[in-house]
Write a protein that binds this ligand. Sequence first.
Ligand code: GLU
Length: 445
Amino acid sequence: MENNVEDFMKKVIEKNPGEKEFHQVVREVIESIMPFIEKNPKYKKAKILERMVEPERVIMFRVPWVDDKGEIQVNRGYRVEFNSAIGPYKGGLRFHPSVTLSGLKFLGFEQTFKNSLTTLPMGGGKGGSDFNPRGKSDGELMRFCQSFMSELFRHIGPNTDVPAGDIGVGGREIGYLFGMYKKLKNEFTGVLTGKGRNWGGSLIRPEATGFGAVYFAQELLKTKGEDFKDKIVTISGFGNVAWGVALKLDQLGAKVVTLSGPDGYIYDKDGVKGEKIDYMLEMRASNNDRVEDYAKKYDVPFYAGKKPWDIKCDIAMPCAIQNELVGDDAKTLIKNGCKLIAEVSNMGCTPEAAKLATEKIAFAPGKAVNAGGVAVSGLEMSQNSMRYNWTSEEVDARLHQIMKDIHEACVKHGRISENKVDYIKGANIAGFVKVADAMLDYGVI
Ligand code: GLU
């Protein structure tokens, strides 16, 4: 088995040189799926894994725009259309200086499994740009988005590829992107999700990733006879995802004691609650990309350049970016009595951290935990097709049920003993089967 994984990885690395994040995510998936493939030779014979690691299509393009000083700037835009076996490509756009093809291939591959887990008919894709929104004026953001869409529009469509937000892309950016698409195509369709309420957006979409993550963690805690009441939770990030997590945890009686940004983290021993949660939205809208403002406003300690994982907690929920919680962080958390690491960011934990948490406490992987965001995007697509809107209660109830179903699927495929579930294995196998079976049905295409 070990040999098969190594042989497979050797080929992936040779074919995709230097793409470190992509190698990391493929290895994580292959390690848990290989034993399953060995038991089910039909997938092996049809070379499903070899086909799945190759994106169906990669689009890379120039994004020129003019800044406020009248200077021309050039960024690079991407859309990785990874897999459309079970529905149109679906996944967010990330605007962040760290964006590379390798990073987007990792995210698009991961998205294929995540979207399959949601039970909704969505393929996997991801896109974005190395554009840095930090410090940009509203006009600059708009001109960048318009230029980006003036190329992307010819590759996407409501039945082909439906992008959405991700890091650096929220409601405002989706507005600029959608406006340009609509103008160029002369069509009003559900081509993007995360839209504004008045123009086709779904209620609960802004909250969905965070709420879904908490619903998933709630199911996991339930299996241990626990709930969120009075639990101390450390979270990283302060953007849309962290905001939704904080909001739901506050409703459930847990106490969120940290937030973080690229500048460091804040520790609020009284808990991030009430208007402090609303203030997170202001920080995001300011484009300053820093959390120190919170410490100044609410007079709480700020730790520059540090991550929040040395604070004692019951549950840790990384909500910022890939590889933000490493092996040593996991060791510190476990030593301090943390009982669960629920990864909300995509691949937020390094393989070492995820392994330690799985073995010693409990670990839930991002592709299951954060699937609520894209799930409600799927519900937004359904509402757009029907030209109808559901109430927030209806959307929230559907989201809640989807997260329960994802948890159940992980348990079904990931149980390794009477009281232990390997959620990484469970999520990977459950996500794989649906996509792989569809690919078998289509023959070799
Ligand atoms: N960017 C989110 C994710 O990683 C949402 C994608 C979407 O709604 O299409 O799943």
